[in-house]
Write a new protein. Structure first.
Length: 110
């Protein structure tokens, strides 16, 4: 009876067998982009605009806040320390995120 030669595979080659394989590169990212729901920007009523204006005037640097704002066809919420309030440029900065005053929907103090 003839014996078959034993082939030993290196540990690195064996590990490659179990590495993840993406048959369609970029598919997960494309699917995630499709899942995004595009929403129109909400126009504030005069009452909502007055309330937001009141909150913005109470806001101080270093305060912890939650801000809901419009960014690229969707509303986002961020919670963090107020790093900068620039009424001239109309920019509110929460940690490293800069938000245009006109994109803010709501501000809540924590």
């Amino acid at each position: 009876m003839a014996t078959r030669p034993k082939h030993k595979m290196s540990v690195q080659d064996r590990a490659k067998q179990f590495m993840p394989f993406a048959a369609l590169k970029g598919l997960p990212e494309a699917l995630a982009a499709k899942e995004k729901i595009i929403v129109p920007k909400i126009e504030l009523s005069p009452e909502m605009a007055d309330e937001l204006d009141r909150k913005m005037h109470l806001l101080k640097k270093g305060e912890m806040v939650t801000v809901v704002y419009f960014h690229r066809d969707e509303y986002l919420q961020i919670t963090g320390l107020t790093a900068r309030i620039d009424p001239t440029c109309r920019i509110l900065q929460i940690v490293n995120t800069k938000i245009d005053f006109d994109d803010i929907l709501d501000v809540n103090f924590i």
